[in-house]
Design a protein around this ligand. Structure first.
Ligand SMILES: Cc1cc2nc3c(=O)[nH]c(=O)nc-3n(C[C@H](O)[C@H](O)[C@H](O)COP(=O)(O)O)c2cc1C
Length: 392
């Protein structure tokens, strides 16, 4: 059954054109030939008995797309049509914010990964950035350097509603938000709460707090690495959304060799009333390119580091999920907390691997652009294995 699915990679360009700016992609994309949509094989039916409860919703599956690759409502609607049942609208802010200039997403040569002497990792981007040269989706690793752009409130008010309208039965729309350090006396917690409340009012069925951003107060690390900040920010947002009972998710990054910190952070989130723990965000690395024989920053001198995502980080993501599932099991007080696994899913069977490792949901960002049929392939493989027929 799965073999009936047409291939995408090497046949069609990605949904996002990395040569264009973020705004051009938002306006002109997603780049999906209409003929492909018209000739898609149908999605297998999901009997009501097979639906999965997730954060208060009965879903067709808990396979989806995390924050980032779905730039706006045209993108979230396409993802829902393509069988991603958890659809995350990209991170928004309380105020408009520009994107970093091109380049943003460059192919990374996974064979160049090195540990840096002082900690962390470095990689080189592929010398040939042509999409056609990518041997297969299984080598797919990119930089993600966008600076978390956000459109105006007027734009988002309309577009979030459209995004909600594009979500089908048995699917859910999450909106990711991030706080901004403001100069008008509004605290970071209040800014997170403002963005979260806006997202909820305009259609979010759950709100995700992106905590994988620099901890300006502590001058080191990311917010998610500070259990007290995780507690304070989450508590503030949970209180803001309390009257609507909208679930709050926290999105975190890697905890390299720090299982104890992961435990403290999960406990802080749980105490604050957070309903799901989502990771990994892309892993920050120093990113080089070779130019005239010299090693230079691939994204420009002002951006020596970038988040790296895709195939390369899957082992980190699986370790994170196993650890999160173990912490939840052993803690006793964290039963209601869902674990959402993200990072390096590039093949349909990786969704299953993540769920079997202990995740309640499995999401893919990078592969969504380069192989948007990945969720449909997973559903068809699973239905074939379970002997299910019929379509939705
Ligand atoms: C192009 C792109 C943009 C992203 N933007 C965001 C973002 O705005 N907020 C966020 O929380 N994560 C963002 N991410 C991170 C993804 O949600 C995900 O955590 C990460 O890419 C690892 O998953 P992957 O290996 O499947 O890509 C972005 C990822 C990509 C590829």
């Amino acid at each position: 059954m799965a073999s009936e699915m047409a291939e995408w990679i090497g046949v069609h360009p990605p949904l996002y054109d990395p040569n264009l700016s973020y705004i051009e992609n938002l306006q002109k994309g997603p780049f999906c030939p209409p003929s492909v949509l018209e000739s898609l094989p149908p999605r297998p039916a999901v009997p009501l008995s097979e639906r999965v409860s997730f954060l208060g919703h009965e879903l067709n599956s808990t396979v989806g797309v995390p924050a980032g690759p779905l730039l706006g409502s045209k993108w979230t609607t396409l993802a829902a049509q393509l069988g991603f049942d958890i659809v995350t609208y990209k991170t928004i802010r309380s105020r408009e914010h520009p994107s970093h200039p091109v380049p943003n997403s460059l192919f990374v040569d996974t064979s160049t990964l090195k540990e840096k002497p002082g900690g962390g990792h470095e990689v080189w981007v592929c010398e040939d950035q042509q999409q056609q040269r990518l041997p297969s989706v299984s080598a797919l690793t990119i930089t993600n350097s966008y600076g978390m752009p956000s459109m105006s409130r007027e734009y988002l008010a309309t577009d979030l509603r459209k995004a909600k309208e594009g979500i089908g039965e048995g699917q859910m729309l999450i909106v990711s938000v991030v706080g901004t350090q403001r100069s008008d006396g509004v605290s970071l917690g209040d800014d997170y709460a403002e963005a979260a409340s806006f997202a909820q009012q305009h259609g979010a069925m759950a709100v995700e707090l992106n905590l994988s951003c620099p901890n300006v107060d502590k001058k080191s690390g990311s917010l998610y690495q500070d259990p007290q900040s995780v507690y304070d920010l989450s508590k503030r947002v949970v209180a803001e959304l309390q009257p609507t009972a909208t679930p709050v998710i926290v999105k975190v990054g890697d905890f390299p060799h720090q299982q104890d910190l992961q435990k403290q952070v999960m406990q802080s989130a749980s105490r604050a009333g957070v309903r799901a723990f989502c990771g990994l965000n892309s892993v920050p690395m120093t990113v080089h390119k070779t130019q005239s024989g010299a090693c230079v920053p691939a994204l420009g001198a002002d951006r020596p580091t970038a988040g790296v995502c895709g195939e390369l980080i899957r082992p980190w993501a699986v370790a994170f999920i196993r650890e999160a599932a173990r912490i939840r099991r052993e803690d006793g007080g964290m039963d209601g907390m869902a674990v959402m696994g993200v990072g390096g899913i590039t093949q349909p069977e990786h969704f299953r691997d993540f769920l079997e490792a202990g995740a309640d949901a499995a999401l893919t960002a990078t592969a969504m652009w380069w192989d948007p049929l990945i969720a449909l392939k997973y559903h068809r493989q699973r239905a074939a294995a379970n002997g299910l027929t019929g379509v939705v």
